[in-house]
Design a protein around this ligand. Structure first.
Ligand code: F6R
Length: 609
């Protein structure tokens, strides 16, 4: 949520910052800006809109050369999208960009207003700049000023800072929001996200909470709480520049849907030993799984839906009670923990504020925590007692697809590991379950991808509608929730998911002639019951698309259109149904001309509560 990039070195910073901002746009895209050091001092160019608008302004304002600059792409929190509210913000001799929220900004603003400081914008960031400037005026030392100023702030922040009288230097600090330093051939970088750095370098250092960084053209230095300066420890990321490019696909979302088979294999194979589930490489022994008596899964949005599917699999396979909770609610209605409760948090980005708050709450309650995370070394991954990475690679589209898919596959593996460790399934059953996820699921996804044309045809009807219903029972109800969210967020069509048997208790009154109902029916044992619900809505005029097993009895008789799924195993059918609903949402949004990778009002990685 919001993106930061900074550079200082011997090359021209402007194209680097604009390139980095275009990569970062998925983190926020309502306004964008640059502050660059020129011969005449630090010049700021910013505007409402996207990177294209900024590039026009840069040309108009003749800002094309600089060796030291910071940039920002914004997702509005305090104050709507506007030129004035866009970052960077200046106060006196300080210019900064900010990710996060300064929670006590009102008190700080009132304090500064009493001292006759005036403000141009409605943002908490401008207040932070003014607090820093006041501290800098008092000491003339960037390090002391950053410490003094941030000590007055509550909330979360990642700052990239330029001081007027420290040419060639970029300063940074973070607390609660991610920030990464990087070393290139011609200088040093700062970014909120590794993907923004991939066009330039793969050598990075993750800034620790409270650590202050000073970058110059020739050196990166860090200062921890003890006030001693040291050098960063550089690592090489396994991500490649291609992993953050569309590689011939029209949208990142489509590319990421196509990457799912490979992403599952990458996520699942490190957890297989001699064909059996094993999390030893993650530092989790089978003795650990034996102690688990109850699981609370906590996450947001699609990750909560992954938890719903995973929870159902855990209960069925491992016979462990497992419920999925919305992270932003978890603290207010904490579920009762019993002996042997494990809290599993799920997050693609590893930075979602609500999930992080829930994780911290669980830890403070003394509960063991395990994080299923995609982005490595992120705050959630670091703070959890145990971490299991999903290895989906960078996910750029705002709507998650491969992130969700790998979360479900890892939950399957956890269910298999617990069931096997506790002797609830035999070696043979465990091997078969693991094989079905590692082999059948990727194959089934590939088979569904081959049906893209057919799904595109079906989307033509959906694209003209304002309301769509998804129904399913059991696992399919959980999948329906994810399906409805996908359609809503990228196509802006109102979509609701209902337990198939629940519709008749009220919502069926909304069914009219031609109302689209997508019925998901992958569970053999529940087919007949779901089919009855399909008949109920169809006899009231609904246009039904049935997504069901290819061995279902006469599905064409029950529905207007049918999508048949491979049936090699439960995992094959489930992941195929996921791919079908993802593609339907994608194609529908494409037909409606929506901005698929950057849906309105949204941003990737929601770092505010
Ligand atoms: C929907 C979507 C969101 C995220 C949610 C949690 O397509 O992407 O609902 O799933 O914001 O994000 P993470 O997994 O990064 O914690």
């Amino acid at each position: 949520m919001c993106g930061i990039i900074g550079y200082t070195g011997s090359a021209n910073a402007i194209p680097k910052i604009t390139k980095g901002l275009s990569v970062l746009e998925y983190r926020g895209y309502d306004s964008v800006g640059i502050a660059a050091r020129t011969e005449l001092g630090v010049k700021t160019v910013k505007c409402k809109g996207r990177i294209g608008a900024l590039e026009e302004r840069l040309t108009q304002q003749k800002l094309s050369e600089s060796q030291c600059a910071i940039g920002h792409t914004r997702w509005a929190t305090h104050g709507g999208p506007s030129d004035t509210n866009a970052h960077p913000h200046r106060a006196g001799r300080v210019v900064l960009v900010h990710n996060g929220i300064i929670e006590n900004y009102k008190e700080l603003k009132e304090m500064l207003s009493r001292a006759k400081v005036s403000f141009l914008s409605e943002t908490d960031t401008e207040v932070a700049a003014a607090v820093l400037n006041a501290a800098y005026d008092a000491c003339n030392d960037p390090l002391t000023a950053i410490r003094t100023a941030t000590a007055q702030m509550t909330g979360s922040y990642a700052f990239g800072i330029l001081f007027d009288d420290h040419p060639g230097e970029v300063w940074a600090i973070r607390s609660g929001s991610p920030l990464i330093l990087a070393k290139g051939e011609d200088g040093f970088y700062l970014a909120s996200d590794m993907t923004a750095l991939l066009p330039f370098t793969r050598e990075y250092h993750i800034l620790k909470e409270g650590e202050i960084a000073r970058l110059t053209a020739t050196e990166a230095a860090l200062c921890g709480a003890a006030d001693a300066w040291c050098s960063p420890t550089w690592s090489i990321t396994s991500m490649t520049p291609e992993s953050a490019q569309k590689s011939g696909f029209e949208h990142f979302m489509l590319k990421e849907i196509h990457e799912q088979p490979e992403a599952i294999v990458k996520s699942v194979s490190p957890r297989i030993k001699n064909g059996l589930p094993s999390f030893e490489a993650d530092g989790i022994s089978s003795d650990f799984w034996k102690q688990v008596k109850n699981i609370q899964i906590v996450a947001c949005g699609s990750a909560t839906h992954a938890g719903l599917v995973g929870g159902s699999v855990l209960e069925r396979v491992a016979k462990v009670p497992a419920a999925s909770y919305i992270a932003s609610e978890y603290r207010y209605h904490p579920p009762i923990a019993v002996d042997g409760t494990l809290v599993v948090v799920i997050s693609q980005s590893g930075e979602t504020a609500d999930t992080l708050a829930a994780l911290r709450y669980a830890k403070s309650a003394g509960l063991p925590t395990l994080a299923i995370v995609n982005a490595v070394e992120t705050t959630i991954a670091r703070e959890a007692d145990y971490r299991v990475y999903t290895y989906a690679g960078p996910e750029i589209a705002v709507a998650t697809t491969k992130g969700y898919c790998t979360q479900v596959s890892v939950l399957y593996m956890i269910a298999a590991a617990i069931a096997h460790a506790c002797g609830r399934i035999s070696d043979e059953e465990a091997r078969e379950l693991v094989r079905s996820v590692a082999e059948d699921a990727p194959t089934a996804i590939t088979e569904m991808l081959e049906k893209t044309e057919t799904l595109r045809e079906m989307s033509k009807r959906l694209a003209q509608k304002d309301h769509v219903f998804y129904i399913g029972r059991g696992l399919d109800y959980a999948m329906s929730q994810e399906a409805a969210l996908k359609l809503k967020e990228i196509s802006y069509i109102h979509a609701e998911a209902y337990a198939a048997g629940e519709l008749k208790h009220g919502t069926i009154s909304l069914i009219e002639q031609d109302t689209p109902v997508l019925a998901i029916s992958t569970e053999e044992a529940l087919y007949d019951k779901t089919e009855s619900n399909v008949r109920e809505v169809r006899s009231r005029g609904a246009y039904v698309i049935l997504i069901c097993r290819q061995d279902a009895r006469d599905p064409g008789h029950s529905a207007d259109e049918v999508i048949l799924l491979p049936t090699k195993s439960e995992a094959a059918t489930l992941f195929a149904s996921l791919t079908a609903v993802q593609l339907l949402a994608y194609e529908t949004a494409a037909l409606r001309g929506c901005d698929i990778d950057r849906p309105r009002n949204l941003a990737k990685s929601v770092t505010v509560e």
